[in-house]
Design a protein around this ligand. Structure first.
Ligand SMILES: Cc1ncc(COP(=O)(O)O)c(C=O)c1O
Length: 357
């Protein structure tokens, strides 16, 4: 483990932008709080960690991130309860995942103490940006980029780790229509699909724009070899409810190991709902849609929490899913259960809440 002994320095912003923000009409990811956390990797160690006013930065045009996409990120949220206590949800998993992503992109691991101390200082300074109330949150975006100025195609020697924060309401609240991929792929065996690598997202934009032109908001990716197995959506893992059973694909080196997915699998077990974690074929889901046993499909991820799917198209067949608005939908059940835990409204028997004191 690299040495890291510097204390986090803090420079506070002289003014706040908060009064210019309409918290009832937030466009996801466009408004940022007053502060950010920055730490640089130089000479083989993470150093000079600081919390400072949010601001633009300059980078050398030859910084390797611009040429080779050496960049990884995370997505997590802070929540506030009615007494003003602030919580993160299973943040250790995000910390571990960013380092797993970094390892896959030949980038150095970030120290756990800096990650959590930086977050805590930031959340204290920008506390007023975290609004109480279910559905409100502060989206946190830790990320690492290769900053070394040199356009040779090899891992950089210098990096910048940052955390920026953006107030959010859960988005994709209305049901989405999805297209099942039968040509393009998001990831390959042995590739970087399981990492939150920036390039994974850029690679989805074009096929997703083609889907949008056809009236579908998201693509559900299938395995690159045969396009017969359902894997995950753009920023969400996917669950299928067939009769009263849930099915979701196993994680692999193609699929992101989502925190929300993991939590739903545990909540299902707590509630006595069977959740099969196994390869899910396009054919079986189409069959279930035809014979009426397919009750729901939903996506699960930090940003949207749970996103119900109202229709899916595969090649030239379109299937509408009727159970989306049912009062006893699993999508509603799990969304409420997760929100209640996140906002300190229910018991937390697995110790998922992390209070920021
Ligand atoms: C590709 C992909 N799959 C799934 C997820 C859901 O993961 P999580 O529940 O940890 O947000 C995300 C979002 O981070 C994602 O980008």
């Amino acid at each position: 483990m690299a040495l890291h002994t510097d204390k986090i320095s803090v420079e506070t912003s002289e003014t706040s932008k908060i009064d210019t923000v309409d918290f009832n009409n937030l466009d996801f990811g466009r408004v940022f709080t007053d502060h950010m956390f920055v730490c640089d990797y130089e000479d083989g160690k993470w150093q000079n960690p600081k919390v400072m006013p949010y601001q633009a930065m300059t980078f050398d045009p030859s910084a390797r991130v611009f040429h080779y996409g050496q960049a990884v990120f995370e997505g997590m949220k802070a929540y506030k309860d009615d007494e003003g206590k602030v919580f993160l949800f299973r943040p250790k998993l995000n910390f571990e995942r960013i380092n797993k992503s970094s390892a896959r992109l030949a980038m150095p691991a970030f120290p756990e103490d800096y990650f959590f101390e930086g977050l805590e200082i930031l959340l204290k300074l920008d506390n007023d940006w975290i609004k109480p109330g279910v559905g409100n949150s502060l989206y946190l975006r830790p990320f690492v980029i290769a900053t070394e100025p040199a356009i040779s195609a090899s891992p950089a020697n210098s990096y910048r780790f940052m955390i920026i924060c953006s107030p959010a309401k859960s988005y994709y609240n209305s049901a989405v229509r999805v297209l099942i991929a039968d040509h393009y792929s998001r990831s390959a065996n042995g590739g970087v699909g399981a990492a939150k690598a920036a390039g994974n997202y850029a690679a989805q934009f074009y096929p997703t724009s083609l889907a949008l032109e056809r009236g579908f908001q998201q693509v559900v990716w299938t395995d690159a070899d045969s396009h017969t197995l359902l894997e995950e959506a753009g920023t969400m893992n996917v669950f299928f409810r067939v009769n009263d059973k849930l099915i979701t694909a196993p994680t692999s080196d193609r699929i992101l190991d989502g925190v929300t997915r993991k939590s739903i699998i545990q909540l299902a077990e707590d509630l006595g709902i069977t959740c099969d974690v196994r390869p899910v074929s396009v054919a079986e889901i189409k069959e279930a849609a035809k014979d009426g046993s397919l009750k729901e499909i939903f996506g699960a991820g930090t940003a949207a929490v749970i996103s119900p799917i109202s229709a899916f198209q595969h090649q030239d067949e379109l299937f509408e899913i009727s159970g989306v608005d049912a009062v006893d939908s699993y999508a509603k059940l799990f969304k409420q259960a997760l929100l209640n835990i996140q906002h300190n409204l229910s018991d937390d028997k697995h110790g998922w809440r992390y209070e920021v004191k």
